[in-house]
Design a protein around this ligand. Structure first.
Ligand code: FES
Length: 159
């Protein structure tokens, strides 16, 4: 069990914050995602064993929240909000332009493995629309010019 071996102290500390192991399922899913880059079947199984839960329950929790990815993804995970406030500020067009810029479909990953792009529901930054989150960091008040600058920066960082 890779998580237990690698993160024993962190897991123990996390469990200490909760009344029972089941309550720690979300931080454990974060840990699995951090370790594997996505919530893999192996990660689901490990989290289920750690939290004394059925793997199906853990998988359903992982599937409910957009912060968990159930498939492999690029180094930069771009989640574009296309919900109402962002849509009113041009998110749909922005999302189409971004996919075209990166030559990917919804949920796709660029050939170089750098960017995965998907649309998500409201990320609670409606006053900064249109926006996305990149690896859980908000990037706000976007247009394609700003986005190209960010893409170039991330490409440079990954060299
Ligand atoms: S609608 Fe996009 S952040 Fe709320």
């Amino acid at each position: 069990m890779a998580l237990t071996e690698k993160y024993a102290a962190q897991i123990e500390k996390t469990f200490g914050k909760y009344p029972d192991k089941r309550s720690a399922v979300m931080p454990m899913l974060h840990l699995a995602q951090q370790e594997y880059g996505w919530v893999s079947p192996e990660g689901i199984q490990e989290v289920a064993e750690l939290c004394d839960m059925d793997p199906t329950q853990v998988k359903s929790i992982a599937g409910f929240y957009t912060m968990y990815s159930e498939r492999t993804k690029g180094k930069y995970w771009l989640q574009v909000c296309t919900d109402l406030a962002c849509a009113l500020c041009g998110a749909d067009k922005f999302y189409e332009d971004l996919k075209a810029e990166l030559n990917v479909d919804d949920g796709g990953t660029t050939e170089d493995g750098l960017f995965t792009v998907e649309h998500v529901m409201c990320l609670a930054a409606c006053d900064k629309a249109p926006m996305l989150q990149c690896n859980f960091h908000f990037v706000e008040k976007l247009d394609m010019d700003k986005m190209r600058t960010h893409l170039d920066k991330w490409r440079e960082e990954s060299k």
